[in-house]
Write a protein that binds this ligand. Structure first.
Ligand code: MD6
Ligand code: FE
Length: 204
């Protein structure tokens, strides 16, 4: 893959995947997945929730990180096993303050986008996949640059950092029924990030 994009295949074994799935269901109990509308008013096909001090929402005003859910409740905490995974995947990075929890059922997809709403874009993003296989596409920092595709499988961890931190990426489709890890079927993707200002970034 392109420099700065790193796949850690099968980082989580079956037991760890089941434990993480249980943690995701605990997050959903406090913060159920919703289908936020885009800036253009169209509901997203992906069901979204979050954990940590900051979650992510979208509405007609645009995309942003928010310290609370729409109903005012705080987001549930980031599961400790994900904090350990972050430390193993990106030693030296600032601690994450946001974990987006995306649910893909049957035809859900995610269009090509950059993750650039974070305050410090020198910090990495780490993603963990659970459940059905997904066709992930990644290109360059400009829309329209050539892309490459790879299948992400349950237990895979993907890091975007350095020269790939602002690469356009998305999910073209999932292979429904390819895994039984997500109850009810589908795929869950968790992305850990440093959304707010870090000590280093705010000091400069
Ligand atoms: C997904 N992933 O796998 C969507 N973003 O469902 C992302 O949007 C993503 O995998 C930043 C870094 C890694 C990712
Ligand atoms: Fe992303």
């Amino acid at each position: 893959m392109r420099p700065g994009a790193r796949l850690w295949a099968a980082a989580l074994d079956a037991g760890a995947q089941a434990a993480l799935m249980a943690a995701v269901e605990a997050i959903w109990a406090e913060a159920p997945p919703r289908h936020p509308v885009t800036r253009w008013g169209k509901p997203m096909s992906v069901g979204m929730s979050a954990a940590g001090p900051l979650g992510w929402t979208s509405d007609r005003r645009g995309y942003r990180y928010a310290p609370a859910q729409e109903d005012g409740r705080a987001w549930p905490p980031i599961p400790p096993m994900l904090l350990d995974l972050w430390a193993a995947a990106v030693p030296g990075a600032a601690p994450p303050d946001s974990c987006l929890v995306n649910l893909y059922r049957d035809r859900a997809r995610m269009g090509l986008h950059q993750d650039r709403d974070e305050a410090d874009l020198t910090q990495p993003v780490v993603s963990v996949s659970l459940g059905d296989e997904a066709l992930f596409r990644i290109g360059g920092a400009e829309r329209g640059a050539p892309t490459q595709s790879l299948w992400l499988r349950s237990g895979d961890v993907l890091v975007l950092e350095g020269p790939a931190r602002l690469a356009f990426h998305g999910i073209d489709r999932i292979r429904a029924g390819s895994s039984a890890v997500v109850p009810g079927g589908g795929r869950v993707n968790l992305t850990l990030r440093v959304a707010g200002a870090t000590a280093a970034a705010s000091a400069s």
